[in-house]
Design a protein around this ligand. Sequence first.
Ligand SMILES: Cc1ncc(COP(=O)(O)O)c(C=O)c1O
Length: 372
Amino acid sequence: MVTIESKRITPPKRLLYGPGPSAVDPRAYEAMSQPVVGIRDPYLLDLLSEIQSGLRNAFGTRNEATFPIPGGGGAGMEAAVSSFVLPGSKFAIFAAGLFADRMTVVAQRQRATVARFEKPWGEVFSAEEAEEFIQRQQPDVVGFVQAETSTGAYQSGRAITAAARKVNALVIADCVTSLGAMPVELDSVGIDVAYSCSQKGLSCPAGLSPVSISPRAYQWLQSRPEPPYTWYLDLALISKYFEPAHVYHHTPSPPLYYAMHQGLAAIEEEGLQNRWARHQQTNKQLLAGLERLGFQPLVKNPDHRIWHLTTVIPPAHVDEASLRQKLLERHNIEIASGLGQLSGKILRIGTMGPLATEESVDFLLESLADCM
Ligand SMILES: Cc1ncc(COP(=O)(O)O)c(C=O)c1O
């Protein structure tokens, strides 16, 4: 008799204390096993409109054009830059980390002229610096990273948007790591175009990139002189699915929508400010514990630190790679190394969503001490 081997899978249950993917909210997991429906099913469209309002809450905006696009944070970046940066136009980027460097390359591939203001990784930009750079460059579009995941530095963007307004430049912000865990506040900061991801502050799996476009940027998009090179990531085309006619552009993934709906519902139920406060509190607790173990924060100014992603330089006797390996083997814990020029030099530790609690931080600190 032939026996058919079971192909069921049992992935390990890791504790995701990295910079993302982060721990998935249990209700998002559960939602993903619900039935798949069609792309214009009234159920899905109702759910979508709730997702859009949940995203507006998390983004801190009234922007009508707020919706999830397929792909991760990289898709959001490519969609935002290619939709708003014209070939031959001037794009000014504030660069102090790997993701600002990536935005640079994406803009160069759009054949824009890119002006970079570089600072050492881990630093942020002052209002005076932003003003001087933007006045000198007179850009059409300005880009910055609100929470630079490669360094752990946070910059609300207020210093940048004020200067950009004076030269009538649109501002694109990378909110991949900030959304859902610390202030994004698009409207009060004055950001025109923002993109994010699902797998960090929203406690969902990767696969969707929330995007938000201000009315003035949306108007610009509608009158863009020529379409962008990209078709799939053309935000003017994608946006039509999220408008009343629901014009087909791509096939969305209902399970990912279900997960995002639940991730956003969890945020609304907790209250956005409470959620921020929880992440801020656990950051303080984690950093204090890490300093006791001999780690040093990479971002020197406490006001410039991402609350849910702590970046630290290990003590001289600790090898970061073997520490990470021991954590995974002994405690099922994933934390991350540095990227780019910080590779092998720092550790990046995320305390996001379900793991941003006092007990989770205590557990992580005990596990780290055990592995050092
Ligand atoms: C600030 C920032 N921008 C963009 C990205 C790219 O996102 P993804 O890996 O989901 O494509 C990341 C990923 O970590 C990020 O942290």
